[in-house]
Design a protein around this ligand. Structure first.
Ligand code: TUI
Length: 315
């Protein structure tokens, strides 16, 4: 059940991707998700090309199933990371925070599936023309760097605009979200926040505690004035950001405040002065679970929901 073109394209059992979150999605999380039947994704984020290679090799040791690497296009190492990913014959590449157009040909020649994250219909159409295999359409409910359209309205519009498969991201954390995304026409989902609160995720325990405490309105979008809006959990750093943005701080001043802040929270556990990126669905999450529990609950829950609703609505 729930076999879609995305399963076939990536060689996976369930159409569930784990978001490639910088400083959060390492080889441990990615290999666990792939082993459980989804697509685990290593975040290249701000890693050096050598560090990315090391992560890829560790995933290969832990699973023989397909996996992906997410390339954050604002990274200073993009060109060399692209080379590493091609040399290592990574099965799937996802990209974020930019237009990967100029790398598509090289990936295709290496038989690597390319699946960019898009936040608009226009970019989805452009990516399709450039020959990508699918798109991840990400709504503004997501954590981290976001666009400005919600998942609910973005997905059906992207689905109608392209022929390639669409994977929905943003605001999905359980079976209800998974099934809703499929009903909007998506052929898969990507979840970041849900997988960050998993046993296999090596992010600092303070980060996980903050996720468990967070309620529906506890995230804010900072950095709108810099042109790079980023959704984070409200803390001292987020308030300082808001205050500086209100006072008309320059892009440079704000970038300086944000530099290194994600690593500070995710690795060092400074969840007051670090950047705790999280999607709005964080308010739904109550406990840490294993990756396998998360995936199995979604698949079993979605089957149950479907049959209950067929009965309810006379199907
Ligand atoms: O990339 C993400 N989320 C991220 S990247 C990241 S690292 C970071 N750290 C500090 C500041 C900024 C970033 C944290 N979270 N998600 C995928 C995504 N891509 N969301 C939105 C986009 C996007 C936005 C505009 C993709 C393309 C785009 O247009 C580019 C163009 O040139 O048209």
């Amino acid at each position: 059940m729930f076999k879609t073109r995305v399963c076939e394209l990536c060689g996976i059992e369930y159409p569930i991707f784990q978001g490639g979150m910088a400083w959060v999605s390492d080889y441990r999380l990615a290999s666990a998700v792939s082993e459980a039947g989804g697509l685990g994704i290593i975040a290249a984020g701000h890693l050096t090309p050598d560090e990315v290679r090391e992560q890829i090799r560790k995933v290969k040791e832990l699973t023989s199933k397909p996996f992906g690497v997410n390339i954050m296009l604002m990274s200073p190492y993009v060109e060399d990371i692209v080379k590493v990913v091609i040399e290592e014959r990574v099965p799937v590449v996802t990209t974020g925070a930019g237009n990967p157009g100029k790398y598509v040909k090289a990936f295709k020649e290496a038989n690597i599936k390319v699946i960019p994250v898009v936040a608009s219909v226009a970019l989805a159409k452009r990516m399709e023309r450039e020959g990508v295999d699918a798109v991840i359409a990400e709504g503004m409910e997501s954590g981290g760097h976001i666009g400005d359209i919600t998942t609910m309205v973005l997905i059906p519009q992207v689905v109608d605009a392209v022929k390639i498969p669409v994977i929905a991201a943003g605001g999905i954390g359980d079976a209800r979200g998974f099934l809703a995304a499929l009903m909007l026409g998506a052929e898969g989902v990507q979840m970041g926040t849900r997988f960050a609160l998993s046993k296999e995720c090596a992010v600092h325990s303070n980060w996980k505690r903050m996720y468990i405490k967070a309620k529906d309105r506890d995230t804010v979008v900072t950095g709108v004035t810099t042109g790079h809006p980023v959704r984070v959990i409200k803390n001292k750093l987020a308030r300082k950001f808001e205050e500086m943005e209100k006072q008309g701080a320059s892009k440079e001043e704000l970038e300086q405040l944000g530099a290194g802040a994600l690593k500070k929270a995710a690795l060092e556990g400074d969840v007051e002065w670090g950047s705790v990126m999280a999607g709005q669905i964080v308010g739904l999450l109550k406990e840490e679970k294993s990756v396998k529990e998360i995936i199995d609950e979604i698949i079993e829950g979605a089957k149950k929901l479907l049959s209950e609703n067929c009965a309810r609505f006379g199907g």
